[in-house]
Design a protein around this ligand. Structure first.
Ligand SMILES: Cc1ncc(COP(=O)(O)O)c(C=O)c1O
Length: 397
């Protein structure tokens, strides 16, 4: 297995904690704290407003976008940073719908993250004119793509089960039916190799606070295929997506290529944290991360199935059908996860019954996997989860 000791040393991880939740919020890269402090004191503090030019803040969204592009199989100049993922979903969907004006259906699946579905619903409501969101089961997506579908909106890796869609095949199927695709890479970017260009994807969006470790509230990204970049019209036509923001024209003119997907002022401090986090990604390749992630997840599945027979695997076993997380079902999943966290192993719970564990080879290895299996086995064997305090639901699960 590839040795990730060097990347692990780049993270500030609390002693005594096994962190299997980097798929929800990545841990703190040591360099991020220093980089943000530098941006605050030396750039903001000393340069004041001149930082927009002198420190390169204005170019940061495309400069960082190019580094993300490398991780998701996209060419430089096709990805830009900004806003939250929900906003980027809306933006990509709205542009795609405008490119298929004779069609009224957004097709998605029941495994999609609710915010994507809510944004699609809201967009349909705003557009009126009989726009609808059609939701089918994940395994029925290919058969549901018909001549009414304008856009196929899918999250590649299911946030609950870890099931991986075949991006290449579904994009081909959508194109064959005349539809466009919007791929949500929230649980893919930094989790497994993604080939946006090779898959011929039209639009893609993703967040950076999970596997890419940009910190809470880190900005999202959007990808537009080069063939659409000068055609796609941004529905969120903010000034920084204008062809000439500092001309302060009264009318909107879209900027060149991916620049038009910018909206407003970029989150400079969060982008500084992300830039430091991305330095760690320069130390490895997605192929090595994937090979290690599959070995770690195989090991975890085998260990938990042996030690905890009452937990049911919710993640597909086949490598080609899963991302970098492993989920188990149990009716008392919430209490079990709280007990696990209290015993130093952090994963999370997703309603109604999913215990979710993210595997992030940059800082998790075999020793942590074995220790997590041991702790979970002890908790299940001794019913250590069966306490009132573990049943009290917190606001964030
Ligand atoms: C697949 C997916 N899409 C969208 C979102 C929403 O992202 P945000 O809160 O950044 O808008 C999430 C959040 O976890 C997600 O997992």
């Amino acid at each position: 297995m590839t040795d990730f000791l060097a990347t692990r040393a780049m993270f500030d991880l609390p002693e005594g904690v096994i962190y299997l939740d980097g798929n929800s919020l990545g841990p703190l890269p040591k360099a991020a704290a220093a980089r943000v402090a530098h941006t605050v004191t030396e750039e903001w503090g000393r340069m004041l407003v001149t930082g927009w030019n002198k420190a390169g803040w204005m170019e940061q969204p495309t400069r960082v976008g190019d580094r993300i592009a490398r991780l998701v199989g996209a060419a430089p100049g096709t990805v830009v940073m900004g806003d939250t993922l929900s906003i980027k979903v809306y933006q990509a969907l709205a542009s795609a719908l405008q490119m298929r004006p004779d069609r009224k259906v957004i097709l998605s699946d029941s495994g999609n993250f609710p915010s994507d579905l809510y944004m699609a619903e809201g967009l349909c409501r705003t557009l009126g004119q009989h726009y609808t969101l059609r939701i089918v089961e994940p395994e029925d997506v290919a058969n549901a793509i018909d001549a009414d579908v304008a856009v196929l909106l899918l999250t590649e890796v299911d946030y609950r089960t870890g099931r991986l869609h075949d991006m290449h095949a579904l994009t081909q199927a959508a194109h064959a039916a005349g539809a466009l695709t919007v791929w949500d890479l929230a649980h893919s970017a930094g989790a497994l190799p993604v080939d946006l260009a090779g898959s011929d994807a039209d639009f893609a969006v993703g967040c950076t606070y999970k596997y890419l470790n940009s910190g809470p509230g880190g900005p999202a990204f959007i990808y537009v295929a080069p063939r659409h970049a000068e055609i796609a019209l941004p529905a969120l036509s903010g000034w920084l997506g204008h062809a000439s923001p500092f001309a302060f024209d009264l009318a909107y003119r879209p900027g060149t290529g991916i620049e038009r997907m910018r909206v407003g002022t970029p989150p400079v401090l969060q982008l500084a944290a992300l830039e430091a986090a991305l330095d760690i990604w320069d130390m490895t390749t997605m192929a090595k991360v994937r090979a290690t992630s599959l070995a770690l997840t195989d090991r975890f599945i085998a260990g938990v199935e042996t030690g905890c027979p009452t937990l049911t695997l919710a993640t597909p076993r086949e490598h080609a059908r899963r991302g970098s997380q492993v989920s188990f079902r149990h009716p008392e999943g919430y209490a079990i996860m709280q007990a696990l966290i209290a015993h130093g192993v952090i994963g999370d719970f997703r309603s109604p019954d999913i215990l979710r564990f993210g595997f992030t080879p940059l800082f998790i290895g075999e020793a942590e996997v074995d220790a997590a299996i041991g702790t979970l086995t002890r908790i299940m064997a001794g019913d250590l989860w069966d306490r009132a305090e573990y049943r009290t639901k917190a606001r964030v699960t």
